[in-house]
Design a protein around this ligand. Structure first.
Ligand code: SF4
Length: 289
């Protein structure tokens, strides 16, 4: 398994921590309506702060300093759609982030429908100036599930975006979610297979969780949605890890929901235990090969 921590250590020679930032972006899917069913008030940026980028960088470094003193940092535009907005504004926030001497790279989370030619030109320029990756949501390849989740894009949109990004040599980290309403394990394996086929550099995998205030909360409270059990999640995620082998960098293996906003599943609060179980199961299977 290729982990992000090891990958970054190989590239930079020391530990690199991500600093979650709020670039003041919005999201076209929220502007059109309520957004993805799992979207929280903060647009999936639960650990970000507000304010100038320089100040956010300072505060996030302070928050994380105790973890790995002396590490380097990556500026991570996490919430809403980090390539959605006037091009001058995008340039200005990216520039402010990479002007920090301790910031060695840029990670930008966005959507497949927020990649026009100007944006792609800017990303290509940034890739030449710093270490860069782009995060794209795919979540599932099942069209009925995508529609139900109100993702607002199709598998074809993802493939088209990946083609353009590959042409420009911009590394991508694709997000996929296990346990979406109406999704089967086979859908999830097909999603992973497409991620491999499209040569995504990395992947973030997590189980669907229900946060207070997200549209999914009403569906969960009505009893229409039942989250995955912990053991089932571990089995599925390990199967997917085996499929990815060493071809894809694993950025995430489980969700990290803010505890006070989590409605279900509660097992997801114990991230370390989930990660430990996945690693144990992965190692057990390798031993029995
Ligand atoms: S793309 Fe992200 S910010 Fe936009 S609606 Fe979906 S989860 Fe929310």
């Amino acid at each position: 398994m290729r982990t992000l921590a090891q990958e970054l250590k190989d590239i930079f020679g020391k530990r690199v921590q991500k600093l979650p930032l709020d670039g003041g972006f919005t999201c076209p899917n929220r502007e059109r309506g309520s957004g993805c069913l799992f979207c929280s008030e903060r647009g999936s940026g639960e650990f970000t702060l507000k304010g100038h980028i320089t100040e956010q960088l300072r505060l996030q470094k302070e928050r994380l300093a105790h973890k790995w003193p002396g590490s380097l940092y990556l500026a991570y535009f996490q919430n809403f759609s980090g390539t959605y907005g006037p091009i001058d504004k995008l340039r200005s926030v990216y520039e402010e982030a990479i002007s920090d001497d301790e910031v060695v790279g840029l990670a930008i989370a966005t959507r497949v429908d927020c990649l026009n030619e100007d944006v792609l030109d800017l990303l290509e320029e940034m890739r030449d100036r710093t270490f860069l990756w782009l995060e794209l949501g795919l979540q599932s390849v099942n069209p009925a599930v995508m529609k139900k989740m109100n993702l607002g894009y199709t598998v074809e949109d993802y493939v088209e975006a990946m083609t353009k990004l590959r042409e420009r040599k911009i590394p991508v980290v694709t997000h996929m979610i296990l346990g979406l309403p109406g999704s089967t394990f086979q859908d999830e394996m097909e999603t992973a297979t497409l991620i491999l086929k499209e040569k995504s550099w990395g992947v973030k995998i997590h189980g669907l969780y229900v946060q207070k205030g997200a549209p999914l909360a009403k569906i969960y409270e009505s009893g229409e949605y039942v989250p995955l059990e912990r053991d089932e999640y571990i089995r599925r995620v390990t199967d997917i890890l085996e499929l990815f082998g060493d071809e894809v960098v694993i950025h995430r293996l489980t969700g990290d929901p803010p505890h006070d906003e989590l409605l279900a599943p509660l097992w997801m609060k114990d991230k370390r235990r989930v990660l430990g179980s996945v690693q144990k199961e992965h190692a057990r299977r390798r031993r029995s090969l």
